[in-house]
Ligand binder design. Structure first.
Ligand code: ADP
Length: 607
């Protein structure tokens, strides 16, 4: 599969052609100062680098024509015909709330991207121009939009809501979104490969430090917070953007200093950050050189920049409640050892310790990862080379192959899956049963469950959390090796416990709770989860559906309130009977009860 990646900025156009078989880059280029008669075009094909200057490139259509003349050229190009391009992947900056994954572009999708323009007025029009021109030039070639925002769609409400009147969120959609998602996702996956651990079992902080800069907290493979907000202005101090500022300052500047909206916009986006503080440049290389020459404002810019990075690393360690690795990436993160060193200074008390020598000259693996932490550092520090274009190509390939898989799977979608609704319950160890009910008391069966050998006892326990208690909670038998408490989001609130979404038995770093029985209580140090929705399947079921253990699928519930459930985990065991397990919140949302029916909609992820 050959995928052309197009990244249209307001006055630039970057392109890359990948052969996805071995992920080789066949051609790459970039046009700067697009929109003028003084454009610069740098490109390389088959390792030969070239640069053309003073070109007249009035708009994105002309830019794309120029790019395609490099990529497709029977004599010197990577391809000899346009039809050899199998798909085009477009970088799209803002997907709003609608797109939680990359998406194949249809007329409807394009309309929706257009409707997101007010959220990214500089970027989305350029992205749209690129998409429209590619559709015109390559009709019939699938086009995919990969959004900067989608990796962050998992950020919980507590992190994306501003402390503003709730109506601003409800009526105007004012909330945080986050950007650089493609890069954070790419480097975090690289880090997981390097650490030889599943992505879904790691707590990572990714610092993308380029002209634009953001930090992202990644908990078990999901973005749970990031420093950029509704727009890319929030968070870190950047090349020319201000990052976090007291909004009162902006009110004051407009009210008391007569600074108009346009000037303020220019100041915050173009004249702040490193450039504003140093008064020298937005380019970190120039600022570091000036700081070396004892230029005070350059030194100050470096200090402010690094302090903000360090502050967010600390904040996100708290948000993640632990940390496996910090990742540095982007032009500054990958190249500026002094910035990494300052950003990690003093963090050894939190288990982040740099190795000065390794950090000075990182030894990159072939995969573009260098470990720069000291041998005893509790959390690793990694420098990872980002490649947003390759990630866009990968995402495009995934979406298009998923489309094919979805077609296959739809053939078996007529086979319905019965629903089992799990109310809050506990699984106990023998020892905890003894502590709660006494050694001599045996638990007695109230009723069998659909999964063979599993039953609910007549006896119940109480859950006691920091925010309150919940009584008469059922116990599912037989005993387990470790006690586990499964609660819904609604109960979390009553108990005052934030339970992570986990598969049963995956209890590392989960919160604890106190259980109370008629004869005593038991304090669990961990084990409270909000169960990830899952389907129990026998190996025969997986054959029928074309699925494997640990696949992630999407299901369609056709009750009184039809609904699609994503992120459904497939669990396979010879003893399992086909059943979708939802908790009460999930079932109530779709008005499903025990025995309701769902259908397979498609595969979301396969290892
Ligand atoms: P963008 O956000 O535009 O993609 P990049 O990721 O290319 O930006 O990063 C650009 C930034 O990286 C600039 O501030 C540049 O000075 C900085 N940079 C690149 N190389 C080095 C280096 N060797 N040392 C310090 N800073 C560097």
């Amino acid at each position: 599969m050959r995928i052309l990646v197009i990244n249209c900025g307001s006055s630039s156009l970057k392109y890359d052609l990948f052969d996805m078989a071995a992920e080789t880059n066949l051609a790459a280029g970039g046009i700067d100062r697009l929109g003028s008669a003084d454009a610069v075009h740098k490109y390389s094909v088959r390792g030969v680098e070239k640069k053309d200057e003073k070109l007249n490139v009035p708009d994105h259509a002309a830019g794309l024509k120029l790019a395609l003349s490099v990529v497709v050229d029977p004599k010197s190009g990577a391809l000899s015909r346009l039809s050899e391009i199998d798909a085009v992947g477009h970088r799209a900056v803002h997907g709003g709330t609608k797109f939680t994954t990359a998406v194949e572009i249809s007329d409807d999708v394009l309309e929706h991207i257009k409707s997101c323009t007010p959220l990214a007025p500089l970027h989305n029009p350029a992205n749209i121009a690129g998409i429209e021109e590619c559709r015109r030039l390559m009709p019939g070639v699938p086009q995919v939009a990969v959004f900067d925002t989608t990796f962050h769609h998992t950020i919980p409400k507590k992190a994306y809501l501003y402390g503003l009147p709730f109506e601003y969120f409800k009526d105007f959609g004012i909330r945080r979104f986050g950007f650089h998602g493609t890069s954070h996702h790419f480097v975090a996956l690289k880090a997981a490969t390097h650490l030889r651990k599943p992505f879904a079992e790691l707590k990572l902080i990714s610092c993308h430090l380029g002209n634009g800069a953001s930090v992202c907290a990644i908990d078990y493979g999901k973005s749970v917070d990031t420093t950029m907000g509704m727009t890319p202005l929030e968070g870190l101090v950047m090349g020319t953007r201000c990052g976090d500022v007291d909004p009162g300052v902006l009110l004051l500047l407009m009210r008391d200093r007569g600074i108009g909206l346009k000037d303020l916009d220019q100041a915050l986006n173009k004249n702040s950050g490193l450039k504003g503080i140093s008064g020298i440049s937005n380019d970190m290389r120039e600022i570091l050189a000036a700081a070396d020459d004892d230029n005070e404002r350059a030194l100050l810019a470096v200090r402010v920049f690094c302090y903000r990075v360090k502050k967010y690393i600390g904040a996100y360690m708290a948000a993640l409640e632990g940390l496996d690795a910090v990742i540095f990436t982007g032009g500054i993160g990958e190249n500026a050892s002094a910035i990494r060193a300052r950003s990690c200074q003093g963090l050894s008390v939190f288990g982040i310790e740099l190795d000065e020598l390794k950090n000075g000259v990182p030894a990159f693996t072939q995969d573009g990862v260098a470990e720069v932490s000291a041998p005893g550092s509790r959390s690793k520090v990694l420098v990872v080379r980002t490649d947003e274009e390759l990630m866009i190509a990968r995402e495009s390939a995934r979406i298009l192959s998923h489309r094919t898989v979805t077609r296959i799977i739809l053939k078996s979608a007529h086979k319905p899956i019965p629903v089992g609704v799990s109310v809050q319950h506990v699984h106990l160890t023998q020892e905890h049963k003894d502590a709660l009910f006494g050694k001599e008391t045996e638990l007695t069966k109230k009723n069998d469950l659909r999964q063979p050998g599993h039953w609910v006892s007549k006896e119940t326990v109480s859950l006691i959390g920091p925010g309150g208690r919940v009584d008469r909670v059922g116990i599912i038998c037989p005993f387990r090796k470790e006690s586990q408490v499964e609660i819904s989001r609604t109960l979390e609130f009553r108990l005052g416990i934030d339970a992570p979404i986990r598969a049963s038995g995956d209890l590392a770093d989960t919160p604890g709770i106190v259980l109370e029985g008629p004869r005593g209580s038991a304090k669990l140090d961990r084990g409270v989860i909000c169960a990830q929705r899952h389907i129990h399947m026998s190996p025969a079921d997986t054959e029928a559906y074309g699925l494997k253990d640990k696949d992630i699928v999407r299901l369609r519930a056709e009750g009184p309130r039809p609904m699609i459930f994503g992120d459904v985990l497939v669990r396979v065991d010879p003893n399992f009977v086909l059943e979708l397990h939802l908790d009460t919140d999930e079932a109530n949302a779709a008005e499903l009860t025990n025995g309701s029916i769902c259908h397979l909609e498609g595969i979301q992820g396969q290892k």
